[in-house]
Design a protein around this ligand. Structure first.
Ligand code: AMP
Length: 540
């Protein structure tokens, strides 16, 4: 496959022209046709322009799976600006770092989040904060995902309310601009073993490459309905839940934050035919006693990515619901899905490790398994997975050194230890990077350790991931204390909760006299992991 020409805006406009009256988006009992979504996003684009937002500007979008995320994406793309997707769970400093690094000029967030966002971004380049209500674009107010008080319609947002702005600018269109495939469509942050968080620059061409190759792979057809199970503030949700649906003649089904019962209801109510999410989300559905085959009656394909899948989880799911969950692999730096099990095929298992294959490369992707010097290895040999192709981002925002280190010559070093068998199936058998994978969310130990070091009683800290049946892995911390101080595990956990998104906070903290180190003084994380396996992850 060649690099994709054109932009997401031209692909979107072509979709609107093909079938303007088709349902493009549903949200509980609310629906928008392609034409309505186009008009609303035109108005919002004009509103963004009136706030001084221009081509090349970055704007934070900090929302759950709401129609307003999609409206903001489309509106920003129409004026050539870049959405910076932000997890609403991020606490003050986590948010500040991303806003600062991206140089965002504005942030769109929920009304009840406006005060916290405004306080966090003080002193940065953010000129405006726009509020919106998760209860807009529907009337049902399902209490399972709309807690009391979320129906706020006004707030102290400096730019005002998103829907009111759309009404004010209704009928306006943004200035016409010629976007290219190199314009940046999404800035998605990822962390690393060293250095500050890095914004992966997914271009319009990257996103088009993924959406078109994956739509073919999963045989997306006009009339399909895609349920956004993954969060739209993660690359998977943004690209292969939302954008893929927008650019094809299918309906995007949104349901605010993920709730397994609400998801099942949405499958039935909207005739969902395709979804992709973390295996933890599928396990949450599996655990519902009332879930049955009827809920999946219209489903044509299920895909799960972002984290390893235990073969037993697939088997029991298929036994009960009659549907096989296909594995799919992607990274922030590959603009989401690049390796996947073909529709209708079953992933083989690598016998020595018991690992389920992540699939085979999608069209256009070049896959290598390389040794530490970057030399290609033969089938069956274990090395680092290396990827290149039109899906791989050109680099990190303003970080040429990190770009050169992670993707030398455009070849992305994934940090995943892999084997490719003689038939081309790829297996992830090891993790080279120091990363914890909890329900598909990535946690970098160093970031948590840095926060633990801020605690006045902590002398040294080490964070490891330990196996967990439900989440895949959970975060566990070990700390030693400064002489003459005392504290408790609970107090330290609370300390992290004030500073980190919930999924990054240690589930257990072990206070020890000394942390195990090598002779050269480096932490021996493997020793801690083994120790945790023996004693369990302790108190919660
Ligand atoms: P992120 O950048 O958050 O999307 O994380 C990317 C990482 O998630 C990859 O480098 C892998 O370590 C992991 N990952 C993604 N998909 C899978 C999968 N299907 N199975 C196992 N690990 C996966």
């Amino acid at each position: 496959m060649q690099a994709q020409n054109g932009s997401l805006v031209s692909a979107w406009r072509a979709r609107v022209e093909r079938d303007p009256d088709a349902r493009a988006l549903v949200y509980f009992d609310g629906a928008l046709t392609a034409r309505q979504l186009d008009e609303e996003s035109d108005a919002l684009a004009a509103a963004f322009e009136s706030l001084g937002t221009r081509r090349g500007d970055r704007v934070g979008v900090r929302l759950q799976n709401l129609p307003q995320s999609v409206l903001a994406f489309l509106a920003l793309w129409k004026i050539g600006a870049t959405p910076v997707v932000l997890n609403p769970m991020y606490r003050r400093d986590e948010l500040l770092k991303l806003v600062d690094d991206s140089g965002a000029v504005g942030v769109v967030c929920a009304h009840d989040d406006v005060a916290a966002v405004a306080a966090a971004v003080e002193g940065t380049g953010v000129r405006w904060v726009m509020g919106t209500s998760p209860t807009d674009y529907q009337t049902r107010n399902d209490p399972r995902v709309f807690p009391d008080g979320e129906a706020v319609s006004s707030s102290s947002a400096s730019a005002g309310d998103l829907r009111e702005l759309i009404e004010r600018f209704r009928g306006s269109r943004p200035r016409e601009i010629e976007l290219t495939s190199e314009d940046i469509a999404l800035l998605t942050y990822t962390s690393g073993t060293t250095g500050p968080p890095k914004g992966a620059m997914s271009t319009h061409g990257n996103v088009l490459a993924v959406t078109s190759s994956y739509a073919t792979w999963v045989d997306l057809q006009a009339g399909d309905a895609v349920f956004a199970m993954a969060p739209l503030f993660h690359i998977t949700g943004a690209v292969i839940n939302a954008t893929i649906a927008l650019l094809h003649d299918v309906t995007l089904v949104l349901a605010n934050r993920f709730h397994p019962e609400v998801a099942l209801d949405a499958f039935v109510e909207h005739g969902v035919t395709f979804t992709i999410g973390s295996i933890t989300a599928f396990n949450a559905i599996y655990q519902l006693p009332h879930a049955n085959r009827h809920h999946f009656a219209t489903m044509k394909a299920l895909y799960s990515g972002g984290a390893p899948i235990a073969p037993a989880a697939l088997e029991r799911f298929e036994d009960r619901f009659g549907l096989y969950i296909h594995n799919v692999y992607g990274m922030t730096e590959t603009s989401s899905a690049v390796i996947a099990v073909p529709l209708g095929a079953r992933a083989p298992i690598h016998k020595p490790s018991g690992t389920l294959s992540i699939g085979v490369p999608l069209p256009g992707l070049t896959v290598g398994v390389v040794d530490t010097d970057g030399r290609a290895l033969a089938p069956g040999e274990q090395g680092e997975l290396e990827l290149s192709g039109p899906q791989v981002v050109p680099g990190y925002w303003n970080k040429p050194d990190a770009t050169a280190a992670t993707m030398p010559g455009g070849r992305l070093r994934t940090g995943d230890g892999a084997i490719r068998d003689a038939d081309g199936w790829i297996f992830l058998v090891d993790r080279i990077k120091d990363q914890i994978n909890t329900s598909g969310y990535k946690v970098w130990p160093r970031e948590i350790e840095d926060v633990l070091y801020e605690h006045p009683a902590v002398h040294e800290s080490a964070v490891v991931g330990v196996p967990d049946d439900y989440r895949g892995e959970t975060v566990v911390a070990y700390v030693s204390l400064k002489a003459g101080t005392s504290t408790t595990a609970d107090e330290i956990i609370e300390f992290t909760r004030e500073r980190l998104a919930a999924y990054k906070c240690p589930r257990a903290v072990h206070i020890v006299n000394d942390l195990p180190k090598t002779e050269t003084g480096k932490l021996r994380r493997s020793a801690l992991r083994e120790e945790t396996a023996e004693i369990g992850d302790g108190p919660r």
